[in-house]
Design a protein around this ligand. Structure first.
Ligand SMILES: Nc1nc2c(ncn2[C@@H]2O[C@@H]3COP(=O)(O)O[C@H]4[C@@H](O)[C@H](n5cnc6c(=O)[nH]c(N)nc65)O[C@@H]4COP(=O)(O)O[C@H]3[C@H]2O)c(=O)[nH]1
Length: 826
């Protein structure tokens, strides 16, 4: 079966509709998912940017505030440097002012004055510093002296506030003398915790961290809402130091923080004076997770909603597709399978809605209905064809073809069951005569009645068929014995004999039956049929209304028949045929007025064969056509030869029914008349009465043509056939020959005499002459003369003799008769 290629989606080629629909649903969901994802990613990126802006802004504002504080310190130190006590390095005055200043400065942990050797002159602290405390090792001190400018120091943990170590960053300003030389250094310790406070004021989200490092990357201060980190003093993460060396003074970046979390960083470098090394690197960071937590949440919610929607859609699609698509399609598939399996009454059972499935259901149902109708029509046509092929239309019995099938089946069944069966051939006796005399319609009715009787007489599993014409065949199953078959055959004969009324006339018919047995007589059906046929032939031959079981003897006689036909085929060529002539005597004067030509055959193999035996075979094999032509030609030639020799006789020739039906008969006779030169009036064509009853209208036409040739026409064996007297007057017949059977008992049987008399009267009335056949005795001759029969033939007068004897017989007879006649006159 052809499979659509469907190379596009081989994965789904064999998937169910439900799966395909679900796949479609899922595929259609992808854009939705894509859009949702797109918006969420966008939101995420926005959040990220927002977070970066936030950290940058935070770092900028923290730096700004810090710078402002440092500037405050710078201004303060500048103002102090102008103060007289400071310039004079008056310890008490300095302490007082510094003390006062320190109290007012929230970001400074200490404010102090050191001389140029680094020795502390005074501090703003309440408690005095230890004597050995010096600042000459501090970077801010040395830088201030070196540069003469406001300088920053390095990170320290305040030693001033001993109770609580505090991260500090020192700034220093040299106090310059009149020559501009540094005379002392003012310094302030900046509390790095100030960053924490500024940082807190930014309102950054949880997890935000501020990280301060120096130019070496050492963490100076690290603070979050959780407090100051213990990572202070450690080295900054190398990956995060890029901002220290990069070109940008401030900016944002994303990376892994020191806590291992991904963070958004805002950074800024701080310098006291342009071109100087930055004294502080500020970094503020927010964990990305915190920055994008909303979008992540939104993403997860969307994903959850999408998943729930997908699950709901999945189940809804399953339910809806199952109800509206899958179930109808399954019903269509099932209906299709049923149709495929031969159930053409199968229908979808779906409502014919206006959608595609409704239309498909309607189309399918209509297609199945039309298929059903077509198949019915075809099967009706087939069964009609089968009926015509295997059944006889007249009797509705099976025909010969079906017989052959049934014989095969019966044979196989018998072989399997080790049984046997009988085949009987039946033939209605004289059906042809009945058919022709009563008409075809009556003949058909007869056959139907007989067929019905045979069916009724047989068992149900026996088989009866019509072979054609008046022939029937019967299979009798499970019969091996002749005795068992005889009972059934007898029943069939009786069924045939039962009186029947057709067209108001009561008919009595008989049948002949031939029977052969399987496997006794034949082991194949063809031989069995032949055997039954042979048996039937012999039943007919034996006088009809009887049956004959097949035996080897019959085959032998049949074989003889066939051999005889073969021999007859060569009889003409081999000059084995000859004619004898029987004189015909005129009762009026006792003279021989004519002869009847009678065919004789002497075969070198078989010897002399009587015409009653070989003429039927010649008719059967249609050899009678050439033989009959030879007879007419020989007889006519003989007649002409005798006539020339002074022996003028009429010539009677037998014409068989087969010759009469031959379309060449007229031409043949005409040609022979012309060729031989016989006077046509002297040629008498004898036809048996049975020739006339078969298609009388056509026979009349043939006879009229023969009469037109001026031949005489005689009806042979008159009174033995079934010819209707009403027809007789229409036949252009000139002679009626009274059959030998009536002549035989003419003197003893009053009915035979009455028949003979009737024939003579009929002939007289119809202007015909009569000839009596088979006259053997004088008393028969006397009666025939008495009843007025015109001519006689018979052994009493002369047997059929060879042609050479005829002239002498005629001379003797006609001379004698002349002498007798003259004597009787005298
Ligand atoms: N018992 C008895 N028989 C007598 C007597 N007189 C004559 N017959 C026989 O009666 C038969 C008369 O011929 P059929 O009735 O035409 O009957 C003929 C005819 O029907 C047929 N037949 C003979 N020759 C021909 C022929 O050339 N063509 C055709 N178509 N049929 C022929 O064969 C039949 C028999 O012919 P045959 O044996 O020659 O028999 C002849 C003849 O020998 C008699 O007194 N007693």
């Amino acid at each position: 079966m052809h499979e659509p290629s469907g190379a596009a989606m081989p994965l789904f080629r064999n998937a169910s509709i439900r799966s395909k629909l679900l796949a479609i649903m899922l595929v259609c969901s992808v854009p939705v998912l894509f859009v949702v994802t797109y918006f969420i990613v966008n939101q995420y990126l926005d959040k990220r940017k927002q977070s970066e802006r936030e950290v940058l802004s935070a770092v900028q504002s923290i730096a700004f505030e810090h710078v402002a504080q440092v500037e405050g310190i710078r201004s303060l130190l500048i103002a102090l440097s102008q103060y007289p006590d400071i310039r004079l390095k008056d310890q008490a005055g300095c302490s007082r002012i510094l003390n006062l200043i320190l109290e007012k400065s929230p970001t400074s942990l200490n404010v102090g004055l050191a001389d140029t050797s680094g020795k502390i002159v005074a501090t703003g602290l309440k408690q005095p510093l230890p004597i050995k405390y010096r600042v000459d090792d501090r970077k801010y001190f040395r830088e201030a002296l070196r540069t003469g400018k406001f300088s920053a120091g390095e990170y320290t943990v305040s030693r001033a506030a001993l109770k609580k170590p505090t991260p500090t960053l020192h700034f220093a300003l040299p106090v310059l003398g009149h020559e501009g030389k540094p005379e002392a250094v003012l310094y302030a310790a900046y509390d790095l915790n100030s960053f924490g406070r500024i940082f807190d004021a930014q309102g950054l989200p949880t997890g935000a961290i501020i990280n301060l490092t120096d130019h070496r990357g050492t963490v100076l201060y690290r603070y979050s809402r959780l407090g100051v980190s213990d990572l202070v003093g450690t080295s900054d993460h190398p990956d995060l130091r890029q901002h220290m060396t990069g070109p940008a003074e401030e900016g944002v970046l994303t990376g892994i923080g020191m806590d291992g979390a991904k963070r958004h960083f805002g950074f800024k470098r701080l310098r006291l004076n342009p071109g100087e090394t930055p004294y502080l690197y500020i970094r503020v960071s927010i964990p990305e997770q915190v920055a994008t937590s909303n979008t992540r949440k939104a993403f997860l919610i969307s994903l959850a909603v999408f998943s729930v929607a997908a699950v709901i859609t999945y189940f809804l699609t399953r339910i809806i597709a199952g109800h509206y698509i899958v179930r109808p399609v399954r019903r269509l598939v099932n209906a299709s399978k049923s149709v495929q399996d031969g159930d053409l009454t199968a229908r979808s059972g779906l409502p014919y809605s206006s959608d595609e499935l409704g239309q498909l259901a309607r189309s399918f149902d209509e297609m199945a209905a039309s298929l059903d109708q077509r198949i019915r029509q075809i099967s009706q046509a087939e069964s009609e064809k089968h009926r015509l092929a295997f059944y006889d239309p007249l009797t509705e019995l099976p025909n010969r073809r079906l017989l052959r099938d049934r014989l095969q089946i019966a044979m196989l069944r018998s072989r399997r069951q080790s049984t046997g069966f009988a085949l009987a051939y039946l033939d209605i006796d004289n059906f042809k005569h009945i058919n022709d005399s009563l008409g075809h319609s009556a003949g058909d009715q007869l056959l139907k009645i007989v067929a019905g009787r045979y069916q009724a007489a047989l068992r149900e599993d026996d088989f009866v068929c019509r072979l054609g014409g008046d022939e029937f065949a019967v299979i009798l199953h499970d019969i091996q014995q002749e005795s068992a078959a005889s009972t059934v055959i007898q029943k069939l004969l009786e069924a045939t004999c039962a009186p029947m009324v057709i067209e108001g006339r009561e008919l009595l018919i008989t049948a002949s039956i031939g029977v052969a047995f399987y496997p006794k007589d034949a082991e194949d059906t063809a031989t069995l049929e032949k055997d039954a046929d042979i048996a039937l032939y012999h039943a007919k031959d034996e006088g009809k209304n009887t049956f004959r079981m097949f035996c080897e003897e019959l085959t032998r006689s049949s074989r003889e028949r066939i051999n005889l036909i073969h021999a007859l085929q060569h009889a003409l060529d081999r000059n084995e045929l000859c004619l004898h002539y029987q004189p015909k005597i005129d009762n009026a004067n006792g003279k021989v007025t004519g002869v009847e030509a009678l065919l004789r055959w002497t075969s070198p193999e078989v010897g002399s064969i009587p015409p009653d035996r070989f003429i039927p075979l010649a008719e059967e094999s249609r050899l009678i056509i050439p033989i009959g032509e030879w007879v007419v030609r020989t007889a006519c030639s003989q007649q002409v030869a005798w006539k020339r020799a002074g022996c003028d006789l009429s010539m009677a020739v037998n014409i068989s029914a087969v010759q009469l039906k031959s379309p060449e008969l007229i031409q043949t006779i005409q040609r022979i008349i012309e060729e031989t030169g016989i006077e046509p009036e002297q040629l008498e064509l004898e036809l048996t009465e049975s020739c006339l009853v078969d298609r009388p209208d056509e026979v009349i036409k043939v006879l009229e043509k023969l009469r037109a040739l001026r031949c005489s026409i005689a009806i042979d064996d008159f009174g033995t056939g079934y010819s209707s007297l009403s027809y007789l007057k229409n036949f252009p017949v000139t002679v009626l020959k009274i059959d030998r059977s009536f002549v035989k008992d003419l003197t003893s049987s009053s009915s035979d005499r009455a028949i003979a008399q009737s024939v003579v009267n009929l002939a007289n009335n119809l202007d015909m002459v009569t000839v009596a056949e088979g006259v053997e005795h004088q008393h028969q001759q006397a009666v025939l003369e008495e009843i007025g029969c015109n001519f006689v033939q018979g052994f009493l007068h002369c047997e059929p003799v060879p042609p050479e004897e005829i002239p002498d017989i005629v001379r003797a007879r006609n001379g004698e008769e002349e002498r007798v006649r003259k004597a009787s006159i005298n």
